[in-house]
Design a protein around this ligand. Sequence first.
Ligand code: PLP
Length: 391
Amino acid sequence: MAAPFNPESFIAKTIRDIPRSGIREFFDIVQSQKSVISLGVGEPDFVTPWHIREAAIYALENGRTTYTSNLGLLKLREAIAASTEKHFKVTYDPKTQIIITVGVSEALDIALRALINPGDEIIYHEPCYVSYAPSISMVHGVPVAVSCTAHNNFAVTAEAIEKVITPRSKVLVLNFPTNPTGGTMTRTDLLKIADVVLRHNLLVITDEIYSELTFEGEHTSIASLPGMRERTIFLHGFSKAYAMTGFRIGYACGPVELIEAMMRIHQYSMLCASIISQEAATEAILHGETDTAEMRDQYRVRRNFIVNAFNQMGLTCHLPRGSFYAFPSIKNTGLTSKDFALRLLQQEQVACVPGSAFGPSGEGYLRACFATSLDQIQVAMERTARFIKRL
Ligand SMILES: Cc1ncc(COP(=O)(O)O)c(C=O)c1O
């Protein structure tokens, strides 16, 4: 008789070892609770601006329902090239150095798949976006985390990066402003990192998805620093700045050879990003700047409120200079971040993400997304303060 079929045993080992995202795990619980205020998922509460939605509708009306070139619509790549030049001071050839992807998620995945041989070490700063370590493991790379602290406003230092460099180090992943901490970098500090990158012959992947949501100072891309454009893959997308998460659209810019390598993976796995989303993204990048500015102004008001509220209730919270996340310390409560988040959810119906979901250096913190209406944030803070008093 044949052995009983066990689907588990057919799953590749690398995938079996990868845990589910700490955010999703937590939000399965949220779904089952009533009257929860969610400061959880990192998604704008704004609906995509009407003129951008209209561009998608118009594309459909006109029967724009086909594949596009693997690299994406040329007019969108041209608009991206103009935007990176204007906002990031980096020039890319739209014909050969830009690829349109299914969100920054796909861009990150194909960048890693194009670069990593088994055993290569990839350095990134932590706490970090939940997908970095698993994405690195899935391509058989070795994730090497550099811890950042509130003391330094969650910026990463050149010294800390240099300390973990070995002969196997190949890529440095940066994400400023950072999810989940709102950390940003000054140009001076990025120059020091660029120096380390050049001396050790590393390649940089920079995920700048929150760059438009910079509240203080000017955002600098490492790609714009001397000698860096040639060794940087610049990732960006439309999800956060234009409230377009559901369109699933992003892009990567970089050296011709690397974009060509990424395109080969993309053409066999995705073929191309949705043409409807590409039409909408073209409208966004050409005419959406004021929408982004308006949303940023509202996020700023909410940020000031939430940071103040956390500090007043005794949860020390640094000022996030970018992104839409507050990252207060819960260390003085003596609870783990998971216990704290679970109890807050069960007792006061406020959902935040435990800092530990963003790597071991996130333990002792909580991520509260302020891309929610000010009214909701106010109620959530009243409930959290009540919860803290009872501890
Ligand atoms: C740092 C960071 N990179 C990438 C992504 C994924 O973005 P996209 O919707 O473009 O796939 C997110 C989403 O939360 C993020 O926070």
